[in-house]
Design a protein around this ligand. Structure first.
Ligand SMILES: C[S@@+](CC[C@H](N)C(=O)[O-])C[C@H]1O[C@@H](n2cnc3c(N)ncnc32)[C@H](O)[C@@H]1O
Length: 288
Protein backbone atom coordinates (compact mmCIF):
# COMPACT_ATOMS: atom_id res chain seq x y z
CA UNK A 1 0.00 0.00 0.00
CA UNK A 2 1.32 3.49 -0.84
CA UNK A 3 1.61 6.54 1.40
CA UNK A 4 -1.32 8.19 -0.37
CA UNK A 5 -3.56 5.11 -0.11
CA UNK A 6 -2.75 4.72 3.57
CA UNK A 7 -3.51 8.37 4.27
CA UNK A 8 -6.85 8.09 2.47
CA UNK A 9 -7.90 4.89 4.26
CA UNK A 10 -6.82 6.14 7.68
CA UNK A 11 -8.60 9.45 7.09
CA UNK A 12 -11.86 7.71 6.17
CA UNK A 13 -11.64 5.45 9.21
CA UNK A 14 -10.88 8.27 11.66
CA UNK A 15 -13.63 10.45 10.18
CA UNK A 16 -16.17 7.60 10.54
CA UNK A 17 -15.17 7.36 14.21
CA UNK A 18 -15.89 11.06 14.72
CA UNK A 19 -12.28 12.25 14.97
CA UNK A 20 -11.96 15.91 13.98
CA UNK A 21 -9.45 16.97 11.29
CA UNK A 22 -9.13 13.32 10.32
CA UNK A 23 -6.81 13.88 7.34
CA UNK A 24 -4.37 15.98 9.37
CA UNK A 25 -4.39 13.43 12.17
CA UNK A 26 -3.77 10.56 9.75
CA UNK A 27 -0.87 12.43 8.19
CA UNK A 28 0.69 13.28 11.56
CA UNK A 29 0.48 9.66 12.70
CA UNK A 30 2.01 8.41 9.46
CA UNK A 31 4.78 11.04 9.58
CA UNK A 32 5.50 9.88 13.15
CA UNK A 33 5.75 6.24 12.06
CA UNK A 34 8.03 7.12 9.14
CA UNK A 35 10.10 9.59 11.18
CA UNK A 36 9.60 12.47 8.74
CA UNK A 37 8.09 15.96 8.81
CA UNK A 38 4.43 15.75 7.74
CA UNK A 39 4.90 17.80 4.58
CA UNK A 40 7.57 15.39 3.35
CA UNK A 41 4.75 12.86 2.85
CA UNK A 42 3.51 14.97 -0.06
CA UNK A 43 6.74 14.25 -1.92
CA UNK A 44 6.43 10.52 -1.30
CA UNK A 45 2.80 9.69 -2.14
CA UNK A 46 3.80 6.73 -4.31
CA UNK A 47 6.24 5.22 -1.79
CA UNK A 48 5.20 1.76 -0.58
CA UNK A 49 5.01 1.05 3.16
CA UNK A 50 6.73 -1.97 4.71
CA UNK A 51 4.71 -4.47 6.71
CA UNK A 52 6.20 -3.18 9.97
CA UNK A 53 5.36 0.42 9.13
CA UNK A 54 1.81 -0.56 8.25
CA UNK A 55 1.39 -2.51 11.49
CA UNK A 56 2.66 0.40 13.57
CA UNK A 57 0.38 2.85 11.80
CA UNK A 58 -2.68 0.59 12.09
CA UNK A 59 -2.15 0.34 15.84
CA UNK A 60 -1.86 4.11 16.23
CA UNK A 61 -4.89 4.75 14.03
CA UNK A 62 -6.88 2.21 16.03
CA UNK A 63 -5.93 3.97 19.27
CA UNK A 64 -6.70 7.40 17.82
CA UNK A 65 -10.08 6.12 16.66
CA UNK A 66 -10.67 5.03 20.27
CA UNK A 67 -10.13 8.74 21.00
CA UNK A 68 -6.72 8.60 22.65
CA UNK A 69 -5.30 12.11 22.26
CA UNK A 70 -2.92 12.56 19.35
CA UNK A 71 -0.27 14.07 21.64
CA UNK A 72 -0.13 10.96 23.85
CA UNK A 73 0.31 8.82 20.73
CA UNK A 74 3.07 11.03 19.35
CA UNK A 75 4.58 11.34 22.85
CA UNK A 76 5.49 15.02 22.58
CA UNK A 77 3.97 18.45 22.39
CA UNK A 78 5.38 21.88 21.63
CA UNK A 79 4.99 24.48 24.36
CA UNK A 80 6.48 27.96 23.91
CA UNK A 81 8.85 26.50 21.33
CA UNK A 82 10.02 23.77 23.71
CA UNK A 83 9.46 20.12 22.85
CA UNK A 84 8.06 18.36 25.92
CA UNK A 85 7.31 14.70 26.52
CA UNK A 86 3.73 13.96 27.48
CA UNK A 87 2.22 10.74 28.82
CA UNK A 88 -1.26 10.00 30.18
CA UNK A 89 0.13 10.95 33.62
CA UNK A 90 0.08 14.63 32.64
CA UNK A 91 -2.32 17.15 31.20
CA UNK A 92 -1.42 17.99 27.61
CA UNK A 93 -0.16 21.60 27.75
CA UNK A 94 -2.57 23.92 25.94
CA UNK A 95 -1.80 26.91 23.70
CA UNK A 96 -3.71 29.29 26.04
CA UNK A 97 -1.28 28.40 28.83
CA UNK A 98 1.58 29.75 26.69
CA UNK A 99 0.10 33.19 27.26
CA UNK A 100 0.29 32.72 31.04
CA UNK A 101 3.87 31.47 30.67
CA UNK A 102 4.89 34.58 28.75
CA UNK A 103 3.18 36.88 31.25
CA UNK A 104 4.94 35.07 34.09
CA UNK A 105 8.46 35.10 32.62
CA UNK A 106 8.09 38.77 31.68
CA UNK A 107 7.31 39.58 35.33
CA UNK A 108 10.08 37.39 36.68
CA UNK A 109 12.72 38.60 34.24
CA UNK A 110 11.77 42.20 35.05
CA UNK A 111 12.63 41.83 38.74
CA UNK A 112 15.85 43.78 38.79
CA UNK A 113 18.20 44.69 41.59
CA UNK A 114 18.57 42.58 44.71
CA UNK A 115 21.31 40.03 45.24
CA UNK A 116 18.97 37.08 45.46
CA UNK A 117 17.86 35.37 42.22
CA UNK A 118 14.18 35.68 41.31
CA UNK A 119 12.14 32.76 42.57
CA UNK A 120 8.93 31.19 41.37
CA UNK A 121 6.61 28.41 42.42
CA UNK A 122 4.80 26.45 39.72
CA UNK A 123 1.79 25.04 41.57
CA UNK A 124 0.53 21.84 39.87
CA UNK A 125 3.32 21.53 37.35
CA UNK A 126 2.05 18.52 35.37
CA UNK A 127 4.44 18.09 32.43
CA UNK A 128 6.57 20.89 33.90
CA UNK A 129 5.67 23.19 31.02
CA UNK A 130 5.34 26.42 33.03
CA UNK A 131 8.33 25.80 35.30
CA UNK A 132 10.55 24.88 32.36
CA UNK A 133 9.45 27.84 30.23
CA UNK A 134 10.20 30.15 33.19
CA UNK A 135 13.61 28.59 33.77
CA UNK A 136 14.52 28.81 30.08
CA UNK A 137 13.41 32.44 29.73
CA UNK A 138 14.80 33.63 33.08
CA UNK A 139 18.28 32.12 33.22
CA UNK A 140 18.93 33.45 36.73
CA UNK A 141 15.68 32.24 38.27
CA UNK A 142 15.25 29.45 40.80
CA UNK A 143 12.00 27.54 40.47
CA UNK A 144 10.10 25.11 42.68
CA UNK A 145 7.50 22.94 40.97
CA UNK A 146 4.93 20.97 42.94
CA UNK A 147 2.39 18.36 42.07
CA UNK A 148 0.23 15.90 43.92
CA UNK A 149 1.03 13.29 41.27
CA UNK A 150 4.36 11.47 41.54
CA UNK A 151 3.93 10.15 37.99
CA UNK A 152 3.51 13.69 36.65
CA UNK A 153 6.64 14.85 38.49
CA UNK A 154 8.63 12.08 36.83
CA UNK A 155 7.58 13.34 33.40
CA UNK A 156 8.33 16.94 34.44
CA UNK A 157 11.81 16.00 35.71
CA UNK A 158 12.59 14.33 32.38
CA UNK A 159 11.43 17.42 30.51
CA UNK A 160 13.56 19.70 32.66
CA UNK A 161 16.61 17.54 31.93
CA UNK A 162 15.77 17.57 28.23
CA UNK A 163 16.07 21.36 28.29
CA UNK A 164 19.07 21.54 30.60
CA UNK A 165 17.26 23.36 33.43
CA UNK A 166 17.00 20.52 35.96
CA UNK A 167 19.61 22.25 38.16
CA UNK A 168 17.32 25.27 38.66
CA UNK A 169 14.00 23.51 39.25
CA UNK A 170 13.28 21.62 42.45
CA UNK A 171 10.41 19.19 42.03
CA UNK A 172 8.34 18.60 45.15
CA UNK A 173 5.65 16.02 45.65
CA UNK A 174 2.75 17.14 47.79
CA UNK A 175 -0.87 18.09 48.09
CA UNK A 176 -1.38 21.84 47.78
CA UNK A 177 1.56 23.64 49.39
CA UNK A 178 2.45 20.66 51.61
CA UNK A 179 5.59 19.64 49.73
CA UNK A 180 7.33 23.00 50.20
CA UNK A 181 10.12 23.77 52.66
CA UNK A 182 8.54 25.89 55.39
CA UNK A 183 10.97 28.78 54.88
CA UNK A 184 10.38 29.06 51.10
CA UNK A 185 9.15 32.44 49.83
CA UNK A 186 8.61 33.31 46.18
CA UNK A 187 8.44 36.37 43.96
CA UNK A 188 5.84 34.61 41.85
CA UNK A 189 3.34 31.80 42.14
CA UNK A 190 2.14 30.61 38.77
CA UNK A 191 -0.61 28.03 38.43
CA UNK A 192 -2.79 26.37 35.89
CA UNK A 193 -4.92 24.49 38.38
CA UNK A 194 -7.76 22.07 37.71
CA UNK A 195 -10.80 24.31 37.18
CA UNK A 196 -13.51 22.31 35.43
CA UNK A 197 -16.69 21.89 37.50
CA UNK A 198 -16.91 18.18 38.41
CA UNK A 199 -20.29 17.63 36.74
CA UNK A 200 -19.06 19.10 33.43
CA UNK A 201 -16.29 16.55 33.02
CA UNK A 202 -18.75 13.95 31.72
CA UNK A 203 -19.65 16.31 28.87
CA UNK A 204 -16.09 16.92 27.67
CA UNK A 205 -14.64 15.39 24.51
CA UNK A 206 -13.67 11.74 25.03
CA UNK A 207 -10.00 12.63 24.47
CA UNK A 208 -10.07 14.78 27.61
CA UNK A 209 -12.75 13.00 29.65
CA UNK A 210 -11.43 9.47 29.23
CA UNK A 211 -7.69 9.99 28.86
CA UNK A 212 -6.36 13.07 30.65
CA UNK A 213 -5.82 12.74 34.42
CA UNK A 214 -8.95 13.59 36.37
CA UNK A 215 -6.87 15.24 39.08
CA UNK A 216 -5.66 17.70 36.43
CA UNK A 217 -9.21 18.63 35.42
CA UNK A 218 -11.55 18.48 38.39
CA UNK A 219 -11.99 21.84 40.10
CA UNK A 220 -14.71 20.68 42.49
CA UNK A 221 -18.47 21.37 42.35
CA UNK A 222 -18.17 24.91 40.92
CA UNK A 223 -14.67 24.62 39.45
CA UNK A 224 -13.28 27.18 41.90
CA UNK A 225 -11.96 24.89 44.67
CA UNK A 226 -8.26 25.33 43.88
CA UNK A 227 -8.67 29.09 43.33
CA UNK A 228 -10.08 29.32 46.87
CA UNK A 229 -7.11 27.34 48.09
CA UNK A 230 -4.62 29.56 46.26
CA UNK A 231 -6.37 32.69 47.53
CA UNK A 232 -6.43 31.47 51.13
CA UNK A 233 -2.95 29.93 51.36
CA UNK A 234 -0.89 31.44 48.54
CA UNK A 235 -0.06 34.75 50.21
CA UNK A 236 1.96 33.05 52.97
CA UNK A 237 4.40 31.77 50.34
CA UNK A 238 4.99 35.09 48.60
CA UNK A 239 7.62 37.72 49.30
CA UNK A 240 6.42 41.31 49.79
CA UNK A 241 5.44 42.63 46.34
CA UNK A 242 5.04 39.07 45.08
CA UNK A 243 2.45 38.13 42.47
CA UNK A 244 0.16 35.20 41.88
CA UNK A 245 -0.79 34.44 38.28
CA UNK A 246 -3.29 31.79 37.41
CA UNK A 247 -5.09 30.55 34.35
CA UNK A 248 -8.89 30.65 34.46
CA UNK A 249 -11.53 28.56 32.76
CA UNK A 250 -13.91 30.10 30.24
CA UNK A 251 -16.53 32.15 32.06
CA UNK A 252 -14.73 32.07 35.43
CA UNK A 253 -13.20 35.56 35.37
CA UNK A 254 -15.75 37.28 37.57
CA UNK A 255 -16.21 34.53 40.13
CA UNK A 256 -12.46 33.87 40.42
CA UNK A 257 -11.76 37.60 40.82
CA UNK A 258 -14.35 37.71 43.61
CA UNK A 259 -12.59 34.83 45.36
CA UNK A 260 -9.29 36.76 45.39
CA UNK A 261 -10.90 40.12 46.23
CA UNK A 262 -12.79 38.58 49.14
CA UNK A 263 -9.60 36.97 50.43
CA UNK A 264 -8.05 40.46 50.57
CA UNK A 265 -5.59 40.28 47.66
CA UNK A 266 -4.47 43.60 46.15
CA UNK A 267 -4.63 44.69 42.51
CA UNK A 268 -6.71 41.77 41.31
CA UNK A 269 -6.91 41.98 37.52
CA UNK A 270 -8.06 39.70 34.76
CA UNK A 271 -6.19 39.68 31.46
CA UNK A 272 -7.13 38.33 28.07
CA UNK A 273 -5.29 35.57 26.29
CA UNK A 274 -4.20 35.83 22.65
CA UNK A 275 -7.72 35.00 21.49
CA UNK A 276 -9.06 37.91 23.54
CA UNK A 277 -10.78 35.78 26.14
CA UNK A 278 -10.34 36.63 29.84
CA UNK A 279 -8.27 33.62 30.87
CA UNK A 280 -5.65 34.93 33.34
CA UNK A 281 -5.94 36.34 36.82
CA UNK A 282 -3.13 38.32 38.41
CA UNK A 283 -3.08 39.35 42.06
CA UNK A 284 -0.55 40.99 44.38
CA UNK A 285 0.29 39.74 47.81
CA UNK A 286 -1.84 41.69 50.26
CA UNK A 287 -0.12 43.59 53.04
CA UNK A 288 0.28 41.36 56.13
C1 LIG B 1 -4.54 21.60 34.79
S1 LIG B 1 -3.12 20.63 35.23
C2 LIG B 1 -1.85 21.76 34.74
C3 LIG B 1 -0.54 21.13 34.44
C4 LIG B 1 0.49 22.11 33.84
N1 LIG B 1 0.83 23.15 34.79
C5 LIG B 1 -0.04 22.72 32.56
O1 LIG B 1 -0.30 23.93 32.55
O2 LIG B 1 -0.19 22.00 31.57
C6 LIG B 1 -3.15 20.76 36.99
C7 LIG B 1 -2.05 20.02 37.72
O3 LIG B 1 -2.23 20.26 39.12
C8 LIG B 1 -2.04 19.06 39.85
N2 LIG B 1 -2.88 19.18 41.05
C9 LIG B 1 -4.22 19.07 41.13
N3 LIG B 1 -4.65 19.26 42.39
C10 LIG B 1 -3.53 19.49 43.13
C11 LIG B 1 -3.30 19.75 44.51
N4 LIG B 1 -4.31 19.81 45.38
N5 LIG B 1 -2.03 19.94 44.91
C12 LIG B 1 -0.99 19.88 44.04
N6 LIG B 1 -1.15 19.62 42.72
C13 LIG B 1 -2.40 19.44 42.29
C14 LIG B 1 -2.47 17.96 38.91
O4 LIG B 1 -1.86 16.73 39.23
C15 LIG B 1 -2.04 18.51 37.55
O5 LIG B 1 -0.75 18.07 37.21
Amino acid sequence: MTVLEVIQRSTDYLARKGVESARLQAELLLAHVLGRPRLQLYLEFERGLTGTELDRLRELVRRRAAREPLQYLLGTVNFCGLELAVTPAVLIPRPETECLAERAWTFLAGLGGGDAPPTALDFGTGSGCLAIALAVHCPGAQIVATDVSAAALEVARGNAARHGVEGRIQFRLGEGFAGLPLEARFDLIVANPPYIPSAEIARLQPEVRDHEPRVALDGGPDGLAVFRRLAAEGRAWLKPGGRLMTELGDGQAQSAAEVFDTAGWAGVTVENDWTNRPRMLIAERPAP
